[in-house]
Design a protein. Sequence first.
Lengths: 480, 310
Amino acid sequence: MTKFEYAPAPESRSIVDIKSSYGLYIGGEFVDGKGGSFKSISPSTEEVLAEVTEATADDVDLAVKAARQAYDKVWSKLPGSERAKYLYRIARIMAERSREFAVLESLDNGKPIKESRDVDLPLVSQWFFYYAGWADKLGHAGLGPDPKALGVAGQVIPWNFPIMMLAWKIAPALAAGNTVVLKPAETTPLTALLFAEVCQQAELPPGVVNIITGAGATGQALVEHPDVDKVAFTGSTAVGKAIARSVAGTSKKVTLELGGKAANIVFDDAPLDQAVEGIVGGIFFNQGHVCCAGSRLLVQESVYDEVIDKLKQRMSTLRLGDPLDKNTDIGAINSAEQLARIKELSDVGDAEGAERWSAPCEIPDSGFWFAPTIFTGVTQAHRIAREEIFGPVLSILTFRTPAEAVEKANNTPYGLSAGVWTEKGSRILSMANQLRAGVVWANTFNKFDPASPFGGYKESGYGREGGRHGLAAYLQGASA
Amino acid sequence: MTGATASLRKTLGGLPGVDQVGLEARAAGLGTRSIKTTAKAWAIDLAISMVDLTTLEGADTPGKVRALANKAMRPDPTDPSCPSAAAVCVYPDMVKIAKDTLGDSGLNVASVATAFPSGRAALDIKLADTRDAVEAGADEIDMVIDRGAFLTGNYELVFDEIVATKEACARPDGTHAHLKVIFETGELQTYDNVRKASWLAMMAGADFIKTSTGKVQPAATLPVTLVMLEAVRDFRAETGRQVGVKPAGGIKTSKDAIKYLVMVNEIVGEDWLDPDWFRFGASSLLNDLLLQRQKIATGHYSGPDYVTLD
């Protein structure tokens, strides 16, 4: 029993009205699919939240046709300033209904309400506002005087940031003048389906945005559909490779945002207390279900003991539990399948001789949970230093010199992000020049901004999302 | 530069830097904790028991100080279950009045000293000021550091003044008044300076470190207090000696006070969740705590006429 026991402070779920079943959102309305259905559950309780339609290839075809028709007849004919009006309207509605979306996101995904409320949803409306501003200024994006849209975009998004990834995909696509068919992940479809209602509320012309639900087969049917001009995918490197193979030889443009094994590098002259916050935020934010997570900590040996002590102390204050409780720091693992993967790779860490330490958290009886965990004594020769775990598991390595830090940080098939912690400005610049990662954060981690391009090197994917670069991915003639 | 100054500079210069953006984000993050129902009731009572009820005005009179001391003993005269404040904080010439009024209530008298609030006087005057307060019965001395000396890098002077003031806190019976060292963080300005001042004061023997006099804006803030909490945590880990923390000035609402207590809880832990180790230097805060306390007890807000004005 601790002295200062925080009483439960749950966010009310009455703000969101979850339907017992959902159809597919095609051509501006919800329609029944031709296939079966599947259940979306809350990973924190395993409660069934809703029945969701499994879209068949025929359903995908209908959605693509609706998008094509909307593109040909309406959207491609609208001036940018008119498209902008719809995007601004969506941005405002998302801000107004953010609490509702945050609660639904935490229920369906398992992430803590403080993250969905304070990070995901604010970024969603920021993304729409930002790209709304571009819609009538495409001629000033450095891509020629009058860049043209691609047509129909097929977009497949992951389960870790469902509504945020939707915004990252839909906002630039629509601003650039494309129409979209988007498939959310099978474990987290509900906020995308609620977003379909927002499209209706904003009176977006039917077919400009279509939301279809389903698993891998549905996604495959979408990306392989011959009338899709652009494929945008965020998810695992394995699926990304399969998509790259399937679209090879077609005229489809592709952007892939895939896995990562980011190095978070702490030098001995770092602001240590803030660095520890950055380590914690880097790997335990969103239960580590973050492609750019700082999952490999590289600590300079001269401050190693101090950093580990402070890190363990800090991790001991993390609060794991009910995602809807406003004081929860660590929510549920998104699915049983992902939990099994995290457990399997952690067991490999044990077997390979790394030393495991987990924060002392009480694990709830139902749902999928994994306590925040660090492995010390990890080297480049450990699998947990090379493979993406995609969970709250940090592998800790050491280095002696900046050159060694760079060498180890870059020695990975991935290259999505990296972090550098030092009070020395010149060192930050020198490290940023040498690190082969799409994003290098200095004295911070996991910070996102719609104006800043985001994307990877090597097996972390290609193309950029966000900023002017993210616009280029949805326009003709521009290299994505 | 003397050898002692060089050595102090080296020690303080070796402290890890503070990243302003990260620190402020952490403080803001802790500020989003939602403290409700039983936790809120507990925190409000604890906060009341940590208040150093303060009057530091040129217009202070014996009557004003007596009123304040009574308020500190019985913050809510209608409710005997309401805890008393920790101490009454006054100027040295009011110590005796406060002491006599508080009697054997167990509440402490804290006195500012050392040419408060600016500290711009000769050392012997500052020490005489301190001795006066201790002789008049002060249980705690709230001294100010020489910010001018600190900002010119003369850490040795600041250090020596703290040591000398601590000696002046000694009583004939061998005990000594508890020494709180005020940094006036609004004048030190950077978080790096606050961290350095914290270590300097603790190494010189401070029993408590305190943010502000209340006469300079900004006074206490959550990030400044967070830096000081990290310092006392790290200092205890290194030396085994626990030092208290007192944010003072600008903390006006129960909501603010609870944010501070959350920060204490999560940064240094429950060892500091005690009036012996954490204080609020405040005046108007107490009535807001009492209003919230009544709200929890009765389910509705009363109003300013249901708390006493002193």
